[in-house]
Design a protein around this ligand. Structure first.
Ligand SMILES: Nc1ncnc2c1ncn2[C@@H]1O[C@H](COP(=O)(O)OP(=O)(O)O)[C@@H](O)[C@H]1O
Ligand SMILES: [Mg+2]
Length: 610
């Protein structure tokens, strides 16, 4: 029984969650701008407090008015009245002005909050490692945060900044009533209790509904993005998928509307009985106030003031409660952010490790074994390799053989499960991660196609040298994309996406050349890595690009994964990877003599060309 009456006190967990959420959001806001934070909170408090003088002025006006009814000297009565009315109007104006400044400051704060969270997420993600990021449970939770970070800030900041105003409003109004009788205040708190009980249950139910809907919500988001993104247009159009997808969206949204409606209807039904205590209380106190007027215990003005205070207590109480509910609804989101921001990379990134500025001899794989997770199969099985400065190495092998995995260990996106990768005799795990990455220029199979200018697209290869336009032009020329760039209306300033004015959409082959140019612009890198990025380029162009790369990489290590044997055969060393092992290695001629896997793969492709 007691448990039923006092649930808000017993649900300590919920209180703790609300407290946690407020603390986290406040912390972020404070970090963005302490002055803005103080401003919004102070404005909110002042706004809440201003009801006190307004109520009091109204009381004075009414009393003066009643006292002057039928007076013979109206001039004597009207002056003080006019003064009071003026003061009342002034107070109201101040309140309005504060209200609008406050709502502007809140908007600024909530935008800043959203932006800050987005930047925070991006910055934090950059500190994590591939192992952490590719974990499916991580992905699930992270995607949820990412999806929501656009719209949660608004409700969080609004509710947070409303709290001081509600509390001050509540204290001022309750303070007025306390003059009259503490019992009135105690009763006011008691009659709002049933409302809280019902609402608290429904906040919880709404929250459960949210989680129940979350997967469908995600599907809805995917459907919407398929329909809305222009790059998907052609395929959807050919398949006539739009109508089908729209129907799926409609079905899901109808389910949502129905479920929300049901919950709301139930809530309103359960709420009905909670209005009665309030009705009796409000009616009762009202009659009591009237009684006090009649028996001349209080003036008519005071009657009005107490009544206003009474209403204001109820209003502030429920707005306070709404703020807390809203904050509670955002708890999981805030908790997810907290989790994410406190993640530690599983891989040791060795900020204090040796900062290697260049490669002297090369890289060695020493009996490297690797699996993606404890419970998965071995992907690399005892790899021994030497990649020496000045060498051009080709990697061939069937799909799924482990070529890309090998590259990911070389570039240290993963560490070996057993064995070691060494740079000039030093285990790469002991080196500073960032500096190790500076040694590489890599073009992955799914390399990026930045929509910004040509300068950005190529310059991103070495952000410290982005101002070196001549260098960018040289790289473009080497990658054989300079003529295309010169033909663009804005040349090197031209954006590479049609969504921009004068923007263009490069073809697959052109994108690859931009990718190669970006790589060539990264001149400080000692190790050039290409993981099958050239498959879209026509053979003649590939020949040209490859020549350039061979020339460029004379003093470097060039390692490339390719299925094109016309380029593979020109490497100094060819590695044949099969089921996680390097089964053959040597020059083209040596491998052809072996008459093994390489020869078979080579002949297979040669046949395809005739
Ligand atoms: N992130 C990953 N998690 C688990 N398994 C993976 C992951 N990436 C690749 N694999 C698996 O490792 C094997 C080798 O893949 P990969 O190195 O990409 O082959 P290749 O580049 O030679 O085609 C494949 O069986 C693939 O399914
Ligand atoms: Mg691959």
């Amino acid at each position: 029984m007691i448990k039923k009456i006092l649930p808000p006190l017993i649900y300590r967990e919920q209180f703790a969650q609300i407290f946690f959420t407020i603390r986290e959001v406040f912390g972020i806001l404070w970090n963005i701008n302490p002055r803005l934070t103080i401003l919004v909170l102070a404005l909110s408090s002042f706004f809440g407090f201003l009801s006190l003088p307004i109520f009091y002025l109204e009381k004075l006006i009414l009393d003066k008015l009643v006292g002057s009814i039928g007076t013979s000297n109206w001039q004597a009565a009207i002056y003080p009245l006019a003064l009071l009315i003026g003061a009342r109007a002034l107070a109201e104006t101040i309140r309005n002005v504060i209200g609008s400044i406050q709502s502007y400051a809140k908007q600024v704060a909530s935008r800043a909050f959203n932006i800050r969270v987005e930047i925070m997420l991006g910055e934090k993600l950059a500190t994590l490692d591939a192992q952490t990021i590719n974990d499916p449970t991580f992905q699930d939770r992270y995607n949820k945060i990412e999806r929501q970070s656009g719209n949660r800030g608004w409700s969080l900041i609004m509710s947070l900044t409303d709290i001081p105003g509600s509390i001050l409003g509540l204290i001022s109004s309750a303070g007025i009533l306390l003059f009259l009788s503490p019992l009135v205040v105690v009763l006011a708190a008691l009659v709002t209790f049933p409302v809280i009980l019902v609402d608290r249950d429904y906040v919880k139910k709404g929250y459960e509904l949210d989680s129940k809907q979350s997967l469908r919500y995600r599907i809805y988001g995917w459907l919407a993005s398929y329909l809305q993104e222009t790059k998907r247009y052609c395929e959807l159009r050919i398949l006539s998928l739009q109508g089908h997808l729209v129907n799926r969206m409609k079905n899901i949204s109808n389910e949502f509307l129905e479920e929300d409606k049901n919950l709301r209807a139930k809530r309103e039904k359960s709420r009905i009985w909670t209005y009665f205590p309030y009705l009796f209380y409000y009616g009762g106190t009202n009659i009591y106030f009237a009684f006090l007027v009649i028996t001349t215990k209080i003036s008519v003005g005071s009657y009005q003031m107490f009544l206003r205070a009474l209403l204001s207590v109820g209003q502030n109480f429920s707005s306070l409660f709404n703020s807390f509910s809203e904050i509670y609804e955002n708890y999981v989101y805030v908790e997810d952010i907290h989790w994410f921001m406190n993640l530690k990379p599983q891989m040791n990134v060795n900020e204090n490790g040796e900062k290697v500025e260049k490669v002297v001899n090369g890289i060695e794989f020493k009996d490297v074994w690797f699996k993606y997770a404890e419970d998965k199969d071995w992907i690399l099985k005892g790899i021994n390799l030497n990649l020496t400065l000045g060498e051009r190495i080709a990697v061939v092998g069937e799909n799924g053989a482990g070529k890309s995995t090998l590259i990911k260990l070389l570039t240290r996106f993963y560490d070996p499960s057993e064995g070691a990768v060494e740079l000039d005799g030093k285990d790469v795990r002991l080196l500073n991660y960032e500096y190790y990455h500076k040694r590489f220029a890599v073009l992955f199979q799914d390399f990026e196609t930045y929509p910004f200018s040509v300068i950005d697209t190529i310059g991103f290869g070495d952000v410290e040298r982005m101002k070196d336009i001549e260098g960018i032009k040289v790289a473009a020329k080497k990658a054989d994309i300079d003529e295309f760039v010169e033909s663009l209306p804005l040349k090197y300033e031209n954006p590479l996406n049609q969504q921009f004015d004068k923007g263009v959409q490069p073809s697959g082959g052109q994108w690859q050349r931009f990718g190669i140019a970006r790589m060539l612009f990264r001149e400080k890198a000692d190790i050039l890595v290409l993981d099958e990025p050239t498959s879209n380029v026509d053979p003649e162009a590939e020949e040209k690009i490859f020549n350039e790369l061979l020339k460029k990489s004379k003093s470097k290590i060039l390692i490339f994964v390719s299925q094109r044997f016309s380029t593979v055969r020109r490497a100094d060393k060819i590695l044949v990877v099969d089921k996680g092992k390097v089964i053959e290695q040597g020059t083209h001629e040596e491998l052809m003599k072996l008459d093994g896997k390489y020869t078979r793969l080579f002949k297979l492709q040669a046949k395809g060309y005739v």
